[in-house]
Design a protein around this ligand. Structure first.
Ligand code: IMP
Ligand code: MG
Length: 179
């Protein structure tokens, strides 16, 4: 599987170090509160599982699923909810946990949807951001790493459901997804 990777962008060690730092900042921002971490399936589950174990404050988790690209590598701009939250979020301090913000369509849509449910606060942490690809401006409170405009896999991120188990963030070889 590693021979499908052109380049490692973020190593296992870099990921763990950055997540420890993010967890410290996030815990400080939620001092005295019990935030609800909302993970956007499926890409963010690996990030969530490391982040929550690094997070010293008490918190709950919940999951949402939106329509994915399928086997395409470009966002269509159309976002659909495939699975909604289990619990209401009114008066909760909500933190959306995302794997990557690319065009921004997904987070922009989710943010509007969740804000309409009147949470006490709504913040966003994204492990990765591709600023060069942004189509809509979404306020992100914490970003793990800014990366160039390349299609990446690993650490939860997939191409056609594969590569999620790689422990690092790598660039997928172009011949594997470009005709
Ligand atoms: P956006 O709506 O364009 O911001 O896309 C966000 C979603 O697209 C992410 O949550 C990922 O699931 C997926 N995505 C965007 N870029 C990549 C990538 O480089 N590799 C894998 N998935 C990606
Ligand atoms: Mg995602």
């Amino acid at each position: 599987m590693n021979d499908h990777i052109a380049e490692i962008l973020v190593s296992q060690e870099q990921l763990q170090q950055r997540i420890q730092a993010l967890a410290g900042e996030i815990a400080a921002a939620y001092a005295g509160q019990q935030p609800l971490l909302i993970s956007v399936l499926k890409g963010s589950i690996v990030f969530l599982s490391d982040l929550m174990r690094a997070l010293p404050c008490p918190h709950a988790i919940d999951f949402m699923a939106t329509s994915s690209y399928g086997a395409a590598t470009e966002s269509s701009g159309v976002v659909r909810i495939l699975k909604d939250l289990d619990e209401p979020i009114e008066d909760r301090h909500v933190l959306i946990v995302e794997d990557i913000i690319d065009s921004g369509y997904t987070l922009d849509y989710l943010r509007g949807l969740l804000l309409a449910r009147n949470p006490a606060s709504l913040r966003i942490v994204a492990l990765l951001s591709k600023p060069a690809r942004r189509q809509v401006d979404v306020p992100i409170d914490w970003i793990g790493f800014e990366i160039p405009d390349k299609f990446v896999v690993g650490y939860g991120l997939d191409f056609a459901e594969l590569y999620r188990n790689l422990p690092f963030i790598g660039v997928l070889k172009e011949e594997l997804y470009k005709a």
